[in-house]
Ligand binder design. Sequence first.
Ligand code: TNX
Length: 474
Amino acid sequence: MLSLIPKPASILLHEGEFILSNSTIIQTNSVNEELTLLANYLGTQLQITGSNSDQNANKIRLELDNYGNLGDEGYELRIAVEEIRLCANQPAGLFYGIQTLLQMIPAEHSATFCLPAVSIRDTPRFVWRGAMLDVARHFFGVEDVKRYIDLIAHYKLNRLHLHLTDDQGWRIEIKSWPDLTEIGGRTQVGGNGGGFYTQQQYKEIVEYARSRYVTIIPEIDTPGHINAALASYPELNKSRKAPGLYEGTEVGFSTLSVDDEVTYQFLDDVVRELAVMTPFPYIHIGGDEAKSTPMEGYQKFIKRIQEIVVSHGKTTVGWAEIGEAELLPGTIAQHWAGATYQDANKQGAKIILSPANKTYFDMKYDPATLIGLDWAGLISVKDAYDWEPGSYMSQLEESDILGIEAPIWSETLLTIKDLEYLAFPRMLCFAELAWSSESGNWEEFRQRLAAHGQHMETMGIDFYRSPEVDWQLM
Ligand code: TNX
């Protein structure tokens, strides 16, 4: 039985088995650097060297060509007795086909093992399949971020939104404003620790994400959620006095001075340096919970910051509150709570859905969960699965939605173990909603998830053993 997550669009089981062993060869259909990287990646994951020159050895073939309606991320995986053939239009499709193949490896196996003959054809539902990690409230280092990228990419997510700044910390080096990290990077919630990424480290994260077909979206939260910057530079404050660093968890008390030109010079420098560091198209400007910014100033500010982002060649993403201001063509709004997504949608903005009561995986599973928050409600594993993104928002059509994103805010999270515990298994529910066209049968998913538990164990994921799932089926 296959317990693939997210569920592929079509699966046809055949008679027979492919025997994978250390003499299996990995071949590609053309000489292409990215294809070679993918072949090496597959070899490493399968622990086969692929260096065997035995002509009779069985093969895994990776093929890039024009396969019509597979799109940019779809793939076809055919496992037959003599060979495995994985085809796609684009390298990303091969990457996703490889993830499917890796999920078929038995949890406990020796050097030689069997894979069932099967034909799988698979394409994603949404182009935006995201996760967000808050590295501002508690800092997570480069290795933690890479691990998280590996985990989300394995479940076919393709966006990682990094919440890089907030009241409690500024986490990205900006060379023209060095005190942002020298001062603003020193703290986090609760005081101990903090930290930041140097530009070199950020590029390392970006390169790693690229190798996993994940787009990084850096967020600089403005004009509120900005105390760490205000504490670093007095001139960013209306009073010209810097407040102290902040280690609590309140929101909505800080604001940039929206009437001062120095604010826009600052933002232009930050966005310019970020734009150079990030090869991806998006910059997230926050825009949420600006409770200390007067509405008129907020509207003026949101207009100008979009112009800055566009002037550096990037597309603006903001929390849906930005719909209260004039949006430039192309700006994307991210819904989390409230109704401002409608204002954004009326202006023609595409929407990313992150409804807090379904996708905020910093919410507790149940009242006994030791970490996490509960302001948006408890989110059980079933709750995370049992909703329909295409029709969830009464005022939106599915065509208004770019996709969905699952944020994890880190007020109560200290380690990658905490992060994994809150993310898994809910991230698998979410990934299926993001990728699979046919989802929604909780009873069937519940059993597939139970059978998939062993695979998460093999990956070393410290997941929550929800009582809603009969894990003994593992
Ligand atoms: C709301 S979502 C926030 C964050 C908090 C989070 C905690 C959003 C745009 N703002 O500042 O960290 O709730 O769940």
